[in-house]
Design a protein around this ligand. Structure first.
Ligand code: NAP
Length: 258
């Protein structure tokens, strides 16, 4: 008996990284899943791999009309909607103070903040009591990483929005929570070659108590918890999945004595 038997999930950014790992896990747990993204090639290959339980739709998360169409196509195909994972996000280029173009800054906010809000708004007409909405934040919202003003602000906004949306939707019995990943091994880092990915991880791991980046499957398992009835009394909060980097930084290897 899967934890999501009979449920229908809508996952933005379901063709890569955390969203893809979550789509696979949700299907394995009995759900039917609508995935969206912009890359038709990866959308099609995921749909082919996961079969009839997945509907892949090319849709821009930053375009409300596109999200409305995607949600209604998903409902037309699978009959209803129980879970929304507004996960699509971009890190894009760094936004250092002093040399950042307005368009770069605004694009990050458009996808990561406005896109998340309008994804949930598009889904809302179909959500019923017991539905679960999950947003994807980031530990960069709180850790003050240099040259990440736009991304950090966008993810801080996601966490703030979670609390607002939870208060608005509580009367309808709909839950809203944020998953807050730390450094996770996905394409968002732009390290397509294994040696580049290994260099990145070697640089980051000394500051992480568990001494490594996360696999997207480890983040997906927390999305499953938030999506399923196992988290039926978890509302308006965040779950951090970062190997201890935010809560226990002094446990990181860089602080350990010989
Ligand atoms: P990823 O592999 O690059 O996935 C990002 C996904 O978002 C892709 O499927 C991408 O699809 C989709 N996407 C981006 N912009 C979109 C748009 N305008 N419309 C539709 N889809 C769009 O990276 P990931 O790490 O899994 O990222 C997932 C979420 O986790 C993001 O919100 C990210 O900020 C967050 N996060 C990641 C980390 C990490 O270390 N990996 C840490 C903290 C938070 P297309 O390319 O097809 O558009």
């Amino acid at each position: 008996m899967g934890k999501l038997n009979g449920k229908v999930a809508f996952i933005t950014g379901g063709n890569s990284g955390i969203g893809l790992a979550t789509a696979k896990l949700f299907v394995a747990e009995g759900a039917k899943v609508v995935i969206t993204g912009r890359n038709q090639t990866t959308l099609s290959s995921v749909a082919e791999e996961l079969g009839a339980n997945v509907l892949a739709i090319k849709a821009d998360a930053a375009d409300p009309a596109s999200m409305e169409n995607a949600v209604s196509s998903g409902v037309a195909t699978f009959g209803k909607l129980d879970i929304v994972f507004a996960n699509a996000g971009i890190a894009a280029a760094p936004t250092p103070l002093g040399s950042t173009e307005l368009s770069v800054f605004e694009e990050i906010l458009k996808v990561n903040v406005t896109g998340v809000f309008f994804t949930v708004q598009a889904a809302l007409p179909y959500l019923k009591e017991g539905a679960s909405v999950i947003l994807t934040g980031s530990t960069l919202a709180t850790n003050g990483g240099p040259e990440r003003s736009a991304y950090a602000a966008s993810k801080g906004a996601v966490s703030s929005m979670t609390r607002v949306l939870a208060s608005e939707l509580s009367p309808r019995g709909i839950r809203v929570n944020t998953l807050v990943p730390g450094a996770t091994r996905t394409p968002i880092w732009g390290k397509s070659k294994p040696e580049e990915a290994a260099r990145l991880e070697a640089a980051l791991a000394p500051a992480i108590p568990l001494q490594r980046m996360a696999d997207p499957e480890e983040v997906a398992k927390v999305a499953l918890f938030l999506a399923s009835d196992d988290s039926s009394y978890v509302q308006g909060t965040e779950i951090v999945v970062d190997g201890g980097a935010a809560a226990a930084p002094l446990g990181a290897p860089i602080y350990r004595q010989g």
